[in-house]
Design a protein around this ligand. Structure first.
Ligand SMILES: Cc1ncc(C[n+]2csc(CCOP(=O)(O)OP(=O)(O)O)c2C)c(N)n1
Ligand SMILES: [Mg+2]
Length: 341
C-alpha cells in the first residue's frame, strides 16, 4: 500500500448544510464531472484541438470554494479551467462552444480550453502559463480594497479566489504575490489544488517543503490544509477564509489535497503514476462520497439525485449540440479582439 498524505474522513453533521445547499453542491459537482467526461469524448472524436486538461477528481475544490462565494466575487483559474468556469456560472454551452473554437464561446472562440474568460461572471481567466493568474488575481483583490478604502465605495467588498496547482507553488510569482497580499491584507484566497503531480513530476521530488500550507507562515498569513476530496470540508475552510477576507483581515493559503483521475492532459498516456496510488485516490472519489453523505443524512433520496444527473446530462448534450451548430468566427474578424476596440 502506498503512503498517501490524506486527512481523516470528514464527519459532517446534518445541521452542517441544508437540503437545498446539499442539492446545489451535488448538482455543481455532477456538472463538472459530466462536462469533462463529454470533453474527453469530443476530443477523441476530433472536435477539439490543442491541449485539453480535465478536472476529474478535483470537483470538490471548485464547488467547495466557489459555491461558498458571492456571485459578485472573482475567481482566477489555470489551464485546467473548465470546471471553475462552470462553478462561476458560465453556461455549459458557452464553455463547450469555446472549446470548439466558435464565436459563441465565452472567449469568442479565440481562447480555447486554456483561456476561458467571462467578465459577466467575474471569471478572470484561464492561463496557459503556470502562475500567470496569481498576479492577475492579486490585482483583482487590490482593486476591491482600493475602491472601498481609497475611493469610498462601501459596496466594494468582493473577495477573489485564485486557483493553481502544487507545481506552480515553486514559481516566483507565488512567493511575490503572497508577500504583497499579506502585506496589504488583500481579500484573496490562494487555493492550491495539490494533486501530487506537475505533469510527470512528483510533488515530493520538486518541493523542499511538500506541505504547501506551511509556506503561509513565512508571510504571516493564515495557512490551512484540507481534504480536497470532501466538498463540505473544503466549503467550511473556504467560508472561514472568505469571512476573514471580507472583514479586511487578509488572505488565506488553502492547500487542498486532491488528485486528478486522468492524465495531465488528454494527450498524456498517464504511465508514470502507479496503479496502487491511483486506486487509493479513486476510492476517495469526491462525487461518490458526497452522494453517499446526502443519502445517509436523508438530505436527498436516490431518485432525486438521479433526476439531477439526468438534468445535467441533458444540459451537456444540449451544450454539445449548440457548440456544433454555432458558426465559426469569420476570416474578416481575424484581427478582432487583438487590441481593445
Ligand atoms: C511558466 C510555465 N512553465 C512551464 C510550463 C509547462 N507546464 C505546463 S503544466 C505544468 C505543471 C503544473 O503542475 P501543477 O501546478 O501541479 O498543476 P496541475 O497540472 O497538476 O493542475 C508545467 C510545468 C508552463 N505552462 N508555464
Ligand atoms: Mg499538480
Amino acid at each position: 500500500m502506498v503512503q498517501e498524505r490524506t486527512l481523516p474522513a470528514f464527519h459532517g453533521t446534518p445541521a452542517q448544510i441544508t437540503r437545498d445547499e446539499g442539492l446545489m453542491l451535488y448538482e455543481d459537482m455532477v456538472l463538472g464531472r459530466y462536462f469533462e467526461d463529454k470533453c474527453a469524448e469530443m476530443y477523441y472524436r476530433g472536435k477539439m484541438f490543442g491541449f485539453v486538461h480535465l478536472y476529474n477528481g478535483q470537483e470538490a475544490v471548485s464547488t467547495g470554494v466557489i459555491k461558498a462565494m458571492r456571485p459578485d466575487d472573482y475567481a482566477c483559474s489555470t489551464y485546467r479551467d473548465h470546471v471553475h468556469a462552470l462553478s462561476m456560472g458560465v453556461p455549459a454551452r458557452q464553455v463547450m462552444a469555446e472549446l470548439f473554437g466558435k464565436e459563441a464561446g465565452c472567449s469568442r472562440g479565440r481562447g480555447g480550453s486554456m483561456h476561458l474568460f467571462s467578465a459577466e461572471h467575474h471569471l478572470l481567466g484561464g492561463f496557459a502559463f503556470i502562475g500567470e493568474g496569481i498576479p492577475v488575481a492579486l490585482g483583482a483583490a487590490f482593486q476591491s480594497r482600493y475602491r472601498r478604502e481609497a475611493m469610498g465605495d462601501a459596496s466594494a467588498n468582493q473577495v477573489t479566489a485564485c486557483f493553481f496547482g502544487d507545481g506552480t507553488t515553486n514559481n516566483g510569482q507565488f512567493f511575490e504575490c503572497l508577500n504583497m497580499a499579506a502585506l496589504w491584507k488583500l481579500p484573496i484566497l490562494f487555493v492550491v489544488e495539490n494533486n501530487k503531480w506537475a505533469i510527470g513530476m512528483a510533488h515530493e521530488r520538486a518541493s523542499s517543503q511538500p506541505e504547501i500550507y506551511r509556506k503561509a507562515n513565512a508571510f504571516g498569513m493564515a495557512g490551512v490544509e484540507v481534504d480536497g476530496m470532501d466538498v463540505l470540508a473544503v466549503r467550511t475552510v473556504a467560508q472561514t477564509a472568505i469571512e476573514r477576507a471580507r472583514a479586511g483581515e487578509g488572505p488565506t493559503l488553502i492547500e487542498c489535497l486532491t488528485y486528478r483521475f486522468r492524465g495531465h492532459s488528454l494527450a498524456d498516456p498517464d504511465e508514470l503514476r502507479s496503479k496502487a496510488e491511483k486506486e487509493v485516490w479513486l476510492a476517495r472519489d469526491p462525487l461518490k462520497r458526497f452522494e453517499a453523505y446526502l443519502l445517509e443524512q436523508n438530505l436527498a433520496n436516490e431518485s432525486e439525485l438521479k433526476a439531477i444527473r439526468q438534468k445535467i446530462q441533458t444540459e451537456i448534450d444540449e451544450a454539445v449540440h449548440f457548440a456544433e451548430e454555432a458558426p465559426e468566427p469569420t476570416p474578416e474578424d481575424l484581427y478582432r479582439y487583438v487590441f481593445d476596440d
